[in-house]
Structures are given as C-alpha cells and as structure tokens.
Design a protein around this ligand. Sequence first.
Ligand SMILES: NC(=O)c1ccc[n+]([C@@H]2O[C@H](COP(=O)([O-])OP(=O)(O)OC[C@H]3O[C@@H](n4cnc5c(N)ncnc54)[C@H](OP(=O)(O)O)[C@@H]3O)[C@@H](O)[C@H]2O)c1
Length: 347
Amino acid sequence: MEVKNKYVSIKANINGAPEESDFEVKVENISLLVESESKEVVVKNLFVSIDPYQINRMKSQSSSQAAISFAAAITPGEAIDTYGVGRVLVSHRPDFKKDDLVAGLLTWGEYTIVKEGSLLNKLDQDQSFPLSYHVGVFGFSGLAAYGGFFEVCKPKPGEKVFVSAASGSIGHLVGQYAKLLGCYVVGSAGSQEKVKLLKETLGFEDAFNYKQETDLKSALKRCFPQGIDVYFDNVGGKMLEAAVANMNSFGRVAICGVISEYTNASTRAAPEMLDIVYKRITIQGFLAADLMKVYADFLSKTIEYLKAGKLKAIEDVSQGVESIPSAFIGLFNGDNIGKKIVKVADE
Ligand SMILES: NC(=O)c1ccc[n+]([C@@H]2O[C@H](COP(=O)([O-])OP(=O)(O)OC[C@H]3O[C@@H](n4cnc5c(N)ncnc54)[C@H](OP(=O)(O)O)[C@@H]3O)[C@@H](O)[C@H]2O)c1
C-alpha cells in the first residue's frame, strides 16, 4: 500500500534572505509496506519545528555544516529533516508500536521514514499539556533555553540579565527562567507588541524595541545603569557589540545563535576585545545537543513551573505543509511570537 507524501524542499541553495520562490511543495509516493526485519519506522508527522538554523543548512557553504550531523547541508529537491512529533503508522521494531506518539528527527512533510539510528523517542504523553509542547518547550528550544541559561551563564539570584530576540522561542523561556531565579531581566525585541508582551505578560523588568533605537549601547545603558552580568545572545552582530560594552566585570555571555548574521554576513560586528580582557568576560557558544546531561532536571523543573502557572510556553502555530515556507521566512522578518511550529495533521 502507498500514500502520497507532500513535502517541502528548496529549489537551489539559498545564500541570502529566504523567499517563497526558493521553495517548492513536492509530492511523492511512500510505501507503507516495511519488511518484517527492517528497522525503519514510518511516522505520520503531526507537528514540525521551524528553526532559524535551517537557513545555514540551505547555503552553498557554511562553517556550521561540517560541525555536527544535524547541521549538515540540505540537498536541493530533497526532503528537509527537522525535529517534530508524530504518530507511528508502521513498525516491526519492539520499541515502537503502531499508533505510538513519538518525537524525533522527522521532515518538513506529511510522513517520515525514520531510518535506524535516527533520533526517535516514544512519548509518554501527559494529557495535561498540548502535544505541540514536545516540539517547543519540552524539545530543543526549551533545553537550549534552560541549559544555556543555567549551565553556560551560571547565573546567581539578583544578577542583571539581558536576553535578545526575547519574545522568540528560546528568548521568552530564558527570560522567565531568569525571573524565576530572582534576576533582573531586560529583553530586546522587534516590535512594540513584543515589548508589551515581555513587560506586561512575562514580567520582564524592562524591554526595548531594537528597531527603534538609534544607539544600542545607549539603550542598554538606559536599561542597565549598573551594567549587565549575563547576556543570553540569540542575535549576534551589533547587539553583541553593544552588550559587551555594557557588561560588568566577570560577566558571562552565552552565544545561543547569531540570527542577525544568517541572511546578511555584512552585519557582523566584533565586541571590543579590550573589554573582554580587562572585564574578564567569558563568551561561550553552545549547542542544545551538548546539554542532554541536564535534560531530566530541565524537564522536571519545567513541568513543575508550567503546572504551577509560573512559566508560560508561547506557541505560534501555522497549519499545513504548504505554510512551512512562509513560517520559515517569517522567522527572519520577526513574524513569530514564541515557538514557531507547523501543524501538519490532526492528532
Ligand atoms: N545553540 C543551540 O542549540 C540553538 C538551538 C536553537 C536555536 N538556536 C539559535 O537561537 C536563536 C533563537 O532561535 P529561536 O528558535 O528561539 O528563534 P526565534 O527567536 O523564535 O525566531 C527568530 C526571531 O529572531 C528575531 N530576529 C530575526 N532577524 C533578526 C535580526 N536581524 N536581528 C535581531 N533579531 C532578529 C525575530 O524577532 P524580533 O521581532 O525580535 O526581531 C524573530 O522572531 C537563533 O539564533 C537560533 O539559531 C540555537
């Protein structure tokens, strides 16, 4: 038996800002007959993650592509892998049964044939949370936020914390974890609506719209008259330069991502290196995949905070495979608030 699988691919490498015309929705036939000794699992995709790092995989060349397998180059015309949640349709493996809910490396499409060795975990679905939470707050976005903040930034209660792209998937969680620890938290975001959300709904002490600031160093000086102890960087470029200029001695900077540089390399900027030396600042990049050692702690604390109403997981969900290109393009235009997810099929 066969099903038609609709999936998204790129027509050619993308070396600037992505546009709708760079993508196509293709249709292929997938066989649901899996040989009894095969370790392949056929999954019907339900929710798929939309993430900025995919743009670096779509380029003809990026230093990230050789660094780790999940960042490998995407081949034009082929299905694009992504983290997601789905339901098992066919499996002869003892660890996955038909109708099991799973999270793992799926595709920007309706179905995925998950090969042996590829990331796939059975979900013990806690009915009190939406299934989509396993893509965002319980997935790599949540782990990057929690692990990046607590393990890399090593924050202490009362410290002054700055988060960029603060209303995004990772940023809105980092700010809330910092508030829960008892830090003073300021976020930057790209619209007044986002600034209002950070201050009025998520409890940040302050927030500013970076698009309306003529001088980022002054904006940060205004928000942090006593300096920044911790900077959780999602954007890089000029914001990193401005943040370092406002850091206190022994400040810590966690580089989660540098989205402002992904579609335009000319926006790269460098912090004042004398500040790094004389203020003894630590700057550390990290990958969520390195933080699995804190996964159990992250999950139990996050579930506890969500159940107690102390943490809000904001999602921005689009519908259907056809919406994937615009959902992805929107990340670079600031369209999303919270975790960007595409719902591919009903549960
Ligand atoms: N290290 C890891 O393991 C890891 C894991 C996941 C993600 N990341 C990285 O973490 C960062 C955030 O990812 P996310 O998944 O949470 O995405 P996200 O923040 O939900 O989405 C992207 C947001 O970035 C902002 N943005 C876009 N272009 C920008 C620019 N030129 N300058 C400043 N802000 C810009 C936009 O918000 P505004 O309206 O505020 O501009 C947009 O909504 C990205 O750099 C990503 O690559 C790292």
